[in-house]
Design a protein around this ligand. Structure first.
Ligand SMILES: Cc1cc2nc3c(=O)[nH]c(=O)nc-3n(C[C@H](O)[C@H](O)[C@H](O)COP(=O)(O)O)c2cc1C
Length: 150
Protein backbone atom coordinates (compact mmCIF):
# COMPACT_ATOMS: atom_id res chain seq x y z
CA UNK A 1 0.00 0.00 0.00
CA UNK A 2 1.27 3.47 -0.88
CA UNK A 3 2.12 5.61 2.11
CA UNK A 4 -0.02 8.68 2.54
CA UNK A 5 2.74 10.68 4.17
CA UNK A 6 5.49 12.14 2.08
CA UNK A 7 6.94 14.91 4.20
CA UNK A 8 7.67 15.52 7.82
CA UNK A 9 6.25 19.02 7.80
CA UNK A 10 2.58 18.42 7.28
CA UNK A 11 -0.52 16.74 8.56
CA UNK A 12 -1.75 17.81 11.88
CA UNK A 13 -0.96 17.80 15.51
CA UNK A 14 1.50 15.72 17.46
CA UNK A 15 0.01 12.53 18.83
CA UNK A 16 1.33 9.68 20.92
CA UNK A 17 -0.16 6.20 20.91
CA UNK A 18 0.75 3.20 22.99
CA UNK A 19 -0.42 -0.32 22.22
CA UNK A 20 0.36 -3.80 23.41
CA UNK A 21 0.11 -7.03 21.44
CA UNK A 22 0.91 -10.73 21.61
CA UNK A 23 3.85 -11.87 19.54
CA UNK A 24 3.40 -14.57 16.92
CA UNK A 25 7.12 -14.77 16.22
CA UNK A 26 8.09 -18.43 16.52
CA UNK A 27 11.12 -20.65 16.12
CA UNK A 28 14.53 -20.73 17.65
CA UNK A 29 16.01 -17.88 19.62
CA UNK A 30 18.03 -16.93 16.55
CA UNK A 31 14.94 -16.93 14.35
CA UNK A 32 13.04 -14.76 16.77
CA UNK A 33 16.01 -12.39 17.02
CA UNK A 34 16.06 -12.20 13.22
CA UNK A 35 12.33 -11.44 13.25
CA UNK A 36 12.87 -8.57 15.66
CA UNK A 37 15.77 -7.30 13.57
CA UNK A 38 13.49 -7.27 10.50
CA UNK A 39 10.82 -5.28 12.35
CA UNK A 40 13.40 -2.79 13.59
CA UNK A 41 15.02 -2.36 10.18
CA UNK A 42 11.72 -1.51 8.49
CA UNK A 43 10.69 0.66 11.43
CA UNK A 44 13.91 2.67 11.34
CA UNK A 45 13.60 3.23 7.59
CA UNK A 46 9.91 4.16 7.54
CA UNK A 47 9.83 6.08 10.79
CA UNK A 48 12.83 8.21 9.89
CA UNK A 49 11.15 9.02 6.57
CA UNK A 50 7.81 9.87 8.19
CA UNK A 51 9.18 11.62 11.29
CA UNK A 52 7.69 8.98 13.57
CA UNK A 53 9.56 8.28 16.80
CA UNK A 54 8.96 5.82 19.60
CA UNK A 55 9.99 2.74 21.50
CA UNK A 56 9.35 -0.96 21.09
CA UNK A 57 9.42 -3.35 24.02
CA UNK A 58 9.57 -7.13 23.63
CA UNK A 59 9.71 -9.77 26.33
CA UNK A 60 9.55 -12.91 24.20
CA UNK A 61 5.78 -13.10 24.42
CA UNK A 62 4.42 -9.63 24.04
CA UNK A 63 5.14 -6.30 22.46
CA UNK A 64 4.37 -2.83 23.63
CA UNK A 65 5.11 0.12 21.43
CA UNK A 66 4.92 3.86 21.66
CA UNK A 67 4.51 5.73 18.39
CA UNK A 68 4.57 9.49 18.20
CA UNK A 69 4.49 12.01 15.42
CA UNK A 70 2.08 14.01 13.30
CA UNK A 71 -1.37 12.46 13.56
CA UNK A 72 -1.63 11.22 9.98
CA UNK A 73 1.87 9.73 10.02
CA UNK A 74 1.13 7.84 13.25
CA UNK A 75 -2.28 6.68 12.02
CA UNK A 76 -0.75 5.42 8.80
CA UNK A 77 2.02 3.57 10.63
CA UNK A 78 -0.45 2.05 13.09
CA UNK A 79 -2.73 0.94 10.23
CA UNK A 80 0.17 -1.08 8.81
CA UNK A 81 1.03 -2.49 12.22
CA UNK A 82 -2.59 -3.57 12.84
CA UNK A 83 -2.49 -5.73 9.71
CA UNK A 84 0.84 -7.33 10.55
CA UNK A 85 0.63 -11.11 10.97
CA UNK A 86 3.63 -11.22 13.31
CA UNK A 87 1.45 -10.26 16.26
CA UNK A 88 -2.16 -10.39 17.41
CA UNK A 89 -4.48 -9.23 20.21
CA UNK A 90 -3.48 -5.64 19.60
CA UNK A 91 -4.84 -3.33 22.29
CA UNK A 92 -4.64 0.39 21.97
CA UNK A 93 -3.78 1.60 25.45
CA UNK A 94 -3.40 5.29 24.83
CA UNK A 95 -4.08 7.87 22.13
CA UNK A 96 -3.19 11.37 23.22
CA UNK A 97 -2.43 14.70 21.70
CA UNK A 98 0.91 15.80 23.13
CA UNK A 99 3.01 18.92 22.97
CA UNK A 100 6.36 17.15 23.02
CA UNK A 101 7.76 13.76 22.12
CA UNK A 102 9.04 11.32 24.73
CA UNK A 103 11.41 9.65 22.24
CA UNK A 104 12.73 12.56 20.26
CA UNK A 105 15.54 11.33 18.05
CA UNK A 106 14.59 7.66 18.28
CA UNK A 107 13.25 6.26 14.97
CA UNK A 108 12.47 3.26 17.16
CA UNK A 109 14.19 2.62 20.46
CA UNK A 110 14.23 -1.05 21.41
CA UNK A 111 14.14 -2.60 24.85
CA UNK A 112 13.97 -6.27 25.71
CA UNK A 113 12.29 -7.46 28.83
CA UNK A 114 13.02 -10.46 31.05
CA UNK A 115 12.10 -13.79 29.35
CA UNK A 116 13.02 -12.22 26.04
CA UNK A 117 16.03 -13.52 24.20
CA UNK A 118 17.96 -14.44 27.28
CA UNK A 119 18.62 -10.94 28.54
CA UNK A 120 17.43 -9.31 31.68
CA UNK A 121 17.13 -5.63 32.32
CA UNK A 122 19.58 -4.47 34.89
CA UNK A 123 18.71 -1.49 37.05
CA UNK A 124 21.61 0.34 35.39
CA UNK A 125 20.21 -0.26 31.93
CA UNK A 126 16.74 0.82 32.92
CA UNK A 127 18.14 3.92 34.54
CA UNK A 128 20.15 4.72 31.41
CA UNK A 129 17.08 4.23 29.21
CA UNK A 130 14.97 6.44 31.37
CA UNK A 131 17.66 9.10 31.52
CA UNK A 132 18.17 9.00 27.75
CA UNK A 133 14.52 9.43 27.01
CA UNK A 134 14.04 11.93 29.77
CA UNK A 135 10.58 10.58 30.40
CA UNK A 136 10.54 7.99 33.14
CA UNK A 137 6.78 7.73 33.31
CA UNK A 138 6.35 6.74 29.67
CA UNK A 139 9.10 4.13 29.77
CA UNK A 140 7.92 2.65 33.01
CA UNK A 141 4.31 2.58 31.89
CA UNK A 142 5.30 0.65 28.80
CA UNK A 143 7.28 -1.80 30.86
CA UNK A 144 4.35 -2.31 33.16
CA UNK A 145 1.97 -3.11 30.32
CA UNK A 146 4.39 -5.51 28.66
CA UNK A 147 5.03 -7.40 31.86
CA UNK A 148 1.34 -7.55 32.79
CA UNK A 149 0.13 -8.83 29.44
CA UNK A 150 -1.79 -12.10 29.96
C1 LIG B 1 5.45 -5.22 16.82
C2 LIG B 1 5.63 -4.52 15.51
C3 LIG B 1 6.04 -3.20 15.48
C4 LIG B 1 6.21 -2.53 14.27
N1 LIG B 1 6.59 -1.23 14.28
C5 LIG B 1 6.70 -0.56 13.11
C6 LIG B 1 7.06 0.80 13.08
O1 LIG B 1 7.29 1.45 14.11
N2 LIG B 1 7.17 1.41 11.86
C7 LIG B 1 6.94 0.75 10.69
O2 LIG B 1 7.03 1.35 9.63
N3 LIG B 1 6.61 -0.55 10.70
C8 LIG B 1 6.49 -1.22 11.86
N4 LIG B 1 6.16 -2.55 11.86
C9 LIG B 1 6.06 -3.23 10.56
C10 LIG B 1 4.71 -2.95 9.90
O3 LIG B 1 3.72 -3.79 10.45
C11 LIG B 1 4.80 -3.22 8.39
O4 LIG B 1 5.33 -4.49 8.14
C12 LIG B 1 5.70 -2.20 7.72
O5 LIG B 1 5.35 -0.90 8.10
C13 LIG B 1 5.60 -2.33 6.19
O6 LIG B 1 6.47 -1.39 5.65
P1 LIG B 1 6.70 -1.33 4.07
O7 LIG B 1 5.35 -1.03 3.47
O8 LIG B 1 7.70 -0.25 3.89
O9 LIG B 1 7.24 -2.70 3.66
C14 LIG B 1 5.98 -3.23 13.06
C15 LIG B 1 5.56 -4.55 13.10
C16 LIG B 1 5.40 -5.21 14.30
C17 LIG B 1 4.97 -6.65 14.32
Amino acid sequence: MERAVSSAESYGELVQIIYSSRSLLAGTTAEIAAGIADILAVSHRNNARDDVTGALFFNGRSFAQTLEGKSLAVADCYAHILKDKRHTDIRLLRHEYVTARCFEGWAMAYVEGPCGLGFTISPGFLHATVAKNDEAAAVLELMRHVMAYP
